[in-house]
Design a binder for this molecule. Structure first.
Ligand code: MRU
Length: 357
């Protein structure tokens, strides 16, 4: 069984523990976050990453703001604003923080009650964070159930980045579909793109599939089209960080190229994501903010210089796959197919709260 990607230890004055994903696959180590700054750093440097996991970590991150002073609404609000600055693309971050802010609003609206002697703010924040966490478990398993029939006849599937247990509460989104299909088809082979520049596919997807007993083969990103041409995969399943109202989907850089290759080879391209990843305030993917990361990640990956010093680097962390390249979006509420604004609206009933970024 895989270890918990992240967990809250203790009661309202407890703390957040998470797997330091920057150390995988060499070392499986946990880090403890005691302050919102600790949580912000963990998100920023990708110790915890993947859209749903970022949202859960941020929700717990606000709880850390009231551990010392469990009635300090201002400190909780400041922490929510601060955590929202950690990464711009995954909408789950803003979605989770909006839910937490609504707890703060309710608490302040009830200001007439005497809170002077209780820990109710800290307790209510923690209750909401735990609910966000638990809800994600349910959503991931539901995605698995909706998606597995779509890849039931496949011998091989290709995935990009890591949209697995490590990116969520557990089970994953794209990998939930794969784990669920693997139950009835243990021969299923997974091709994992290594996912340059930070190798989430090679380091994380390969690690968690291996731990889970799923047959996995790592390929360089540039090999995906050849793997399709050789007939090794019959479907692609990837996750998403933010999906616009028309179904355009942002995911890890390189996903768009995989979708183009899949279309060329007549291979279905599925996006798997919880409804908390939809941003219905954006009409199309053009408006999705794309995170730009440090040049060193490309020039000196894992401390080894691979680009001459002084050469310019462009390092967008995500790209947007247009809806016409997506065969279906697998959500916890059902499958969106064809992928267009009408079908998105039909399946995703609840609009996502205002998403900053
Ligand atoms: O930069 P990362 O590692 O946070 O990027 C993660 C991805 O792109 C995932 O595919 C996405 O968040 C979906 S996670 C279920």
């Amino acid at each position: 069984m895989l270890p918990q990607t992240l967990e809250w230890i203790g009661g309202p004055r407890g703390h957040l523990r998470l797997i330091d994903q920057t150390l995988l696959p060499e070392r499986l180590e946990m880090i403890d976050c005691w302050t919102p700054e600790d949580a912000w750093q963990a998100i920023k440097r990708l110790a915890v990453r993947g859209a749903p996991a970022i949202g859960i970590a941020a929700a717990y991150g606000v709880c850390l703001a009231v551990r010392e002073d469990p009635r300090n609404v201002a400190s909780a609000r400041a922490a929510a604003d601060y955590l929202a600055t950690s990464r711009p693309t995954a909408v789950n971050l803003f979605w989770a923080l909006d839910r937490i802010r609504r707890v703060l609003d309710r608490y302040e609206e009830n200001a007439t009650s005497d809170h002077s002697e209780d820990d109710s703010l800290a307790a209510e924040l923690l209750r909401e964070a735990v609910e966000i966490h638990e809800e994600d478990r349910r959503r991931c398993h539901s995605i698995g159930r909706w998606g597995a029939p779509l890849i039931a006849g496949c011998r091989g599937v290709l995935t990009h980045c890591n949209a697995g247990a490590l990116a969520t509460s557990e089970y994953g989104t794209a990998l939930a579909v794969i784990y669920q299909a693997h139950r009835s088809n243990p021969q299923l082979e997974v091709y994992a793109d290594e996912t340059r520049p930070l190798l989430q596919g090679a380091r994380l997807t390969a690690w968690e599939l291996q731990q889970s007993g799923v047959d996995v083969t790592v390929i360089c990103d540039s090999m995906a089209a050849q793997v399709m041409r050789e007939g090794r995969v019959q479907a692609v399943v990837v996750g998403a960080d933010r999906i616009a109202a028309n179904g355009d989907a942002a995911n890890k850089i390189g996903t768009y190229a995989v979708a183009i290759a899949a279309r060329h080879h007549g291979i279905p391209f599925y996006v798997a994501a919880p409804t908390s990843t939809f941003d219905l305030t954006l009409p199309s993917g053009d408006a999705i903010p794309i995170e730009q990361r440090e040049p060193e990640e490309v020039a000196q990956p894992f401390g080894v210089r691979t680009v001459p010093a002084g050469v310019a680097i462009y390092n967008p962390a995500f790209d947007v796959t247009p809806n016409e390249l997506i065969t279906a979006i697998i959500t916890d509420q059902g499958v969106i197919q064809p992928v267009d604004a009408a079908q998105v609206a039909a399946v995703v009933a609840e609009p996502t709260p205002t998403a900053a970024g």
